[in-house]
Ligand binder design. Structure first.
Ligand code: NIG
Ligand code: FE
Length: 413
């Protein structure tokens, strides 16, 4: 058996005996072991403990890593991205700097429709190669598990093409990947005045093929004023659920869209964004099994208000953090920046952000049995930091790359 021994770890962070989705105050419970060792066998976490308890004779160690002065923590679990896209959109970024709104940009054919036009013109190979590069980039930044959405196709061929690219990424990458069908991202131009026509297309033309080819794990709808109403969201999610696709919904990003309520009523796995939350929406989320996923780099890029993380925690919600990596609202998939901004702008504590971006992120992709914590039997998805003085230094020293190396499924990448 190929075994790797990591010794002299300054602090082994995110150690858990049992899996638990963390709510409210539990989010600050981050267990760690100082001066620790960790053994990895066949890509899995085999044992760990304090250096003084290391029994060297018991294992056939093939590789050793000295982690003196370094922190070791579980890889980031990024549960919301749009990582497959054809082109960046920095020309809209300039338009926004000059004062145009997202709605105005969308009205002149920009936004999601701009991405859809470019995606439909790109080949499957081009999309795959571009997405592969982004995946490599985020894995070097510590992401070991990731959810990727469709939603820039908005046509039968385009949506299937995106989902087939995601399937190929799943097959070829060491990262754990989940696929979400987001055909309901916006109405394509030809259906601008025929919403029912596009909903029929999603339900009767896209979903049966997606089911047949097993192209998706979840269904998503952009539940937002000017996009999909609560009623439309419910119809589309229920159609997805009839094919065993659990909803993960874009909710309350630009308005109090009602997306949280409909998500909770459908037992969605997560409702994501939550920049605008009423008391009623917070209470509904707190009393549900649905995870609230916050995407602070998107609020940062849009200069909108941040989700009320402290209120959500006070009300006992289960929250996760994700990057929303996409060309329109978060052109970065850097989870280190996500956790830093969560502390700086949403006043979350370092322990809370690490839990929300690891174990709770794993739950938001139903990957908690495989990854998201330092637990015996889980995949060795591990971040080795550079030599840093404390755990708080990670979000504090934002913008500095503090990652020394990353191991995914036991392999250094
Ligand atoms: O999550 N909100 C909808 N979708 C993306 C933005 C999409 C785009 O502008 O391309 C988001 O922010
Ligand atoms: Fe998104």
């Amino acid at each position: 058996m190929a075994a790797t021994l990591v010794t002299n770890i300054k602090q082994l962070v995110g150690v858990r005996k049992e899996n638990k989705l963390l709510r409210g105050r539990e989010l600050s419970e981050l267990n760690s072991i100082e001066n620790a060792f960790l053994v990895i066998e066949d890509g899995m976490i085999a044992s760990f403990g304090e250096m003084k308890d290391l029994q060297s004779s018991t294992r056939s160690i093939q590789n050793s890593i000295d982690a003196s002065g370094q922190f070791v923590l579980p890889c980031w679990c990024d549960s919301h991205t749009h990582l497959v896209f054809a082109a960046s959109r920095e020309e809209e970024f300039i338009d926004k700097l000059k004062g145009m709104s997202y709605a105005e940009i969308a009205a002149k054919g920009g936004g999601i429709l701009n991405s859809a036009k470019k995606l439909n013109a790109a080949s499957e190979d081009e999309l795959f190669n571009a997405a592969w590069k982004r995946l490599e980039e985020v894995s070097r930044l510590g992401t070991g598990a990731i959810e990727i959405k469709s939603g820039y196709g908005l046509s039968v061929e385009g949506e299937l093409k995106m989902l087939r690219v995601i399937k190929k990424l799943k097959e070829r990458s060491d990262l754990s990947i989940k696929a979400t069908f987001l055909g309901a991202h916006t109405y394509p131009l030809e259906y601008k005045d025929d919403h029912q026509g596009y909903i029929d297309c999603i339900i009767h033309e896209m979903l049966p093929v997606i089911d047949k080819e097993k192209l998706a794990d979840y269904i998503d709808v952009f539940c937002e004023k000017g996009f999909f109403s609560v009623e439309e969201t419910e119809i589309i999610c229920k159609a997805g659920m009839s094919y065993d696709l659990r909803p993960k919904i874009h909710a309350n990003q630009l308005s109090m869209s009602g997306g949280v309520m409909v998500g909770a009523s459908l037992n969605a796995l997560s409702v994501d964004h939550l920049e605008l939350m009423s008391d009623a929406a917070i209470k509904t989320l707190a009393h549900s099994d649905t995870i609230g996923t916050l995407l602070p780099t998107s609020a940062f890029f849009f200069r909108t208000q941040y989700p009320p993380a402290r209120e959500l925690i006070n009300y006992d919600c289960a929250i996760a953090l994700a990057s929303d990596y996409n060309p329109g609202s978060s052109p970065s998939g850097n989870m280190n920046l996500v956790v830093a901004i969560s502390c700086i702008q949403m006043k979350m504590l370092p322990e809370e952000v690490i839990n929300a971006a690891t174990i709770n992120g794993a739950y938001a992709m139903e990957l908690e049995k495989q990854t998201g914590s330092i637990t015996i039997g889980k995949r060795a998805d591990i971040i080795f930091t550079k030599q840093i003085p404390s755990l708080a230094y990670l979000p504090y020293s934002f913008g500095t790359n503090l990652i020394d190396k990353v191991m995914i499924n036991g392999k250094l990448c």
